[in-house]
Design a binder for this molecule. Structure first.
Ligand code: ZN
Length: 289
């Protein structure tokens, strides 16, 4: 980093993020799936096989990353979060149960949010950022993030560079995501529950992500890649990620960073003035539902 801006002079900043959802999105679709062993094993592959393989790749390439872990997953697998942190990466808040905030009451959201904080606190994991389950943040979500003094969220899509949201009198950095930089749309396949029906070629996915990164180097953006270890931990998919990272490293103008470090740089960037969070008022006589 060479200056006081969020990008530090780099053509693009890349945050490699892994959402270690494991069984939670499936259980959120129905507790009955706990006894569906193929499905449970498909999800367990993420932390059990994908994460170690991903950590090895990151070590080899010297790339720091951020792992968004639901509190339930950290609780079920004691040592997982600590292992990630010991390897130099960040563990961040990804709800407790991975139920979508948009489907919960404000009180349920608070209970879920706080329960995850308690789990990480008990494990000695320092949490500074948050990503909503399914990216479905609500106003309550942002308020909880500000109330608990977290520095950033990574669930919204209002820009392709970091931006600052004024939540009350507290600024929260938003590190925006987008569907085009998420492996779920490319690879998620399960007959039941229906989480997606895509098994795309990693070559096609690499082409998509490479094109976006090249354009983001042109426009000086945040390349915030969202990967799921149960999806991208699979061999040919991880090889595509390796190729993407190696190409970016050889370009020499892409800065890889953890989300917490980028959020700190964005908070310190005087050019990023706080924006108001989305606040859309819809007239019920026009939009009745
Ligand atoms: Zn998730």
């Amino acid at each position: 980093m060479t200056d006081a801006t969020w990008h530090g002079g780099a053509a693009a900043v890349a945050t490699l993020t892994f959402d270690v959802d494991a069984e939670t999105p499936i259980l959120a679709a129905g507790r009955r799936y706990a006894d569906h062993l193929m499905t449970m094993s498909h999800q367990a592959y993420g932390p059990d096989v994908g994460v170690p393989r991903i950590l090895e790749l990151l070590d080899e390439l010297g790339v720091p990353a951020t792992f968004f872990v639901p509190g339930w997953v950290a609780e079920q697998r004691p040592g997982l979060a600590a292992t990630i942190v010991e390897r130099g990466h960040e563990v961040a808040h990804h709800s407790y149960s991975h139920r979508a905030p948009t489907s919960l009451t404000a009180a349920e959201q608070r209970a879920d949010f706080e329960r995850a904080l308690e789990v990480f606190d008990a494990q000695g994991i320092e949490i500074t950022g948050h990503r909503a389950a399914l990216w479905e943040a609500t106003t309550t979500t942002l308020e909880l993030i500000a109330e608990y003094g977290l520095t950033y969220d990574s669930s919204l899509m209002g820009d392709d560079r970091p931006y600052v949201l004024g939540i009350g009198d507290r600024p929260v950095v938003e590190l925006p995501v987008h569907w085009s930089l998420d492996d779920w749309e490319q690879y998620a396949f399960l007959p039941e529950p229906h989480v997606g029906s895509a098994i795309e070629s990693p070559r096609k996915v690499l082409e998509l992500w490479q094109a976006e990164l090249d354009a983001m180097r042109h426009y000086r953006c945040l390349f915030n890649l969202c990967l799921h270890p149960f999806l991208s931990g699979r061999p040919s998919r991880l090889m595509a990620v390796r190729e993407l990272l190696e190409t970016a490293q050889s370009d020499g103008d892409v800065h890889f960073t953890r989300c917490r470090d980028l959020a700190a740089a964005a908070h310190a960037d005087p050019t990023l003035a706080p924006r108001n969070p989305p606040a859309v008022t819809a007239d019920p006589t026009i939009y009745p539902v």
